[in-house]
Design a protein around this ligand. Structure first.
Ligand code: PHB
Length: 385
């Protein structure tokens, strides 16, 4: 009798284990928590944790477990970690991707494994075309670049120099800013590209100034804006009469407060501001700050929060089915009110559609904010016809 029940217990173990495995949906969150892009990882991680805290860790009868992994912003690491998460941890979804090369390196293996990739940071247009399992909740650089050029043309700026980081999103920004400037009859006098790793912005800023444009249009990835602002001020360019305009990546809410008065009045285009005036955003910012003392949410945090929303809503639609193709199908066409404003996952491209805001850096209650003053509603990726 004792032997029989012992055997029965042994046999029962695998069943219990697999039943539990079925009940848990793992999300592999790969972000840079260390290195040059660590603010991206910290913002996304904080927002993902906030989403879980607010919405609970159960959806459609499944328990959600987020497995956080730091890739340090190094593509080979992202790829290796993604492989481990797929094979060993059996994650149903991969999420995060702090930089374009990290998303690009992972796309082929996620395609092979048919595991959805929810891109929460990387923002080069072509990423979503790399595999049919990619869904994006961050942004694409052609959006703010086109919006910024449109504003520049409408506001009498006839000449500009572009100054971008030399990789995917920077080249998208350069291309779409120039395209819309030319269409508006304005001129790009020079297109300067700066290295991604440990850049010294000073010589580039000087060359841009030497071209004597009316405006200097800048893109650098989130986390580098403060260094640009410092070197812009150190060169005295704020007094040169050249107008600094930018994508919202430069005037990132995470760093903006530390940039100082040199940024006051800088007009930029972006999809999220911590000052966005809506009830949803006020609740989000309040809860984020309460859960993460000393931090202010930026556009990376919002993309992480929205990425979790897309995953949760997809699981509701599939009634808990974690099949990769079914989850991606369920994410297509989802629309909701994000802290950024209304947004949608384009059912054709799986890319983000959202409002682009023209903002001006202002001091509000002793903090610097991007204060929105014009909106281009529900903009698709202009690079995807
Ligand atoms: C990217 O690598 O695609 C990227 C990273 C940070 C940004 C924008 C784009 O702010």
């Amino acid at each position: 009798m004792i032997r029989r029940s012992f055997m029965a217990a042994l046999l029962a173990v695998p069943f219990v284990a697999s039943a539990q495995a079925q009940q848990t949906v793992k999300i592999g969150l790969i972000v840079p928590m260390t290195g040059q892009s660590q603010s991206t990882g910290k913002q996304i991680d904080a927002a993902v944790r906030l989403y879980l805290q607010q919405h609970g860790d159960t959806v459609a009868g499944k328990k959600i477990e987020v497995v956080l992994r730091d890739d340090g912003g190094v593509a080979d690491t992202t790829k290796r970690v993604a492989q481990e998460l797929i094979v060993r941890d059996k994650v149903s979804v991969l999420a995060g991707f702090g930089l374009t090369p990290l998303a690009m390196a992972t796309a082929p293996l996620a395609a092979q494994a048919k595991v959805p990739m929810v891109v929460m940071a990387a923002a080069t247009s072509i990423i979503t075309a790399q595999n049919p399992f990619i869904v994006r909740t961050s942004q694409v650089l052609p959006q703010p670049a086109a919006a910024m050029a449109q504003w520049a043309v409408e506001n009498g700026i006839k000449s500009a120099v572009t100054l971008v980081t030399d990789y995917g999103p920077g080249i998208d920004a350069e291309t779409w800013f120039a395209k819309r400037m030319k269409e508006g009859g304005a001129e790009v006098l020079a297109s300067l590209r700066m290295p991604l790793a440990s850049p010294d912005f000073a010589p580039f800023l000087q060359r841009a100034a030497d071209a004597k444009p009316q405006a200097m249009f800048v893109f650098v990835p989130s986390g580098q804006g403060a260094a640009v602002a410092r070197q812009f001020a150190e060169r005295g360019l704020d007094k040169s009469g050249i107008r600094l305009i930018a994508t919202g990546d430069v005037t990132d809410d995470d760093q903006l407060n530390g940039m100082g008065d040199v940024m006051l009045g800088v007009v930029n285009a972006g999809h999220y501001s911590a000052a966005h005036d809506s009830a949803v955003n006020k609740a989000f910012v309040g809860a984020f700050k309460a859960a993460n003392p000393g931090m202010r949410p930026n556009f990376m945090a919002v993309a992480g929060y929205d990425g979790m929303h897309a995953i949760y809503q997809a699981l509701v639609k599939t009634k808990g089915d974690t099949d990769g193709a079914a989850l991606v199908e369920a994410m297509k066409g989802l629309s909701w009110e994000s802290p950024r404003g209304p947004m949608m996952i384009d059912p054709q491209t799986r890319d983000v559609v959202h409002n682009l805001y023209i903002r001006k850096v202002e001091r509000v209650d002793s903090e610097l904010y991007n204060v929105e003053f014009a909106t281009i509603p529900m903009m698709k990726d202009p690079a995807k016809p």
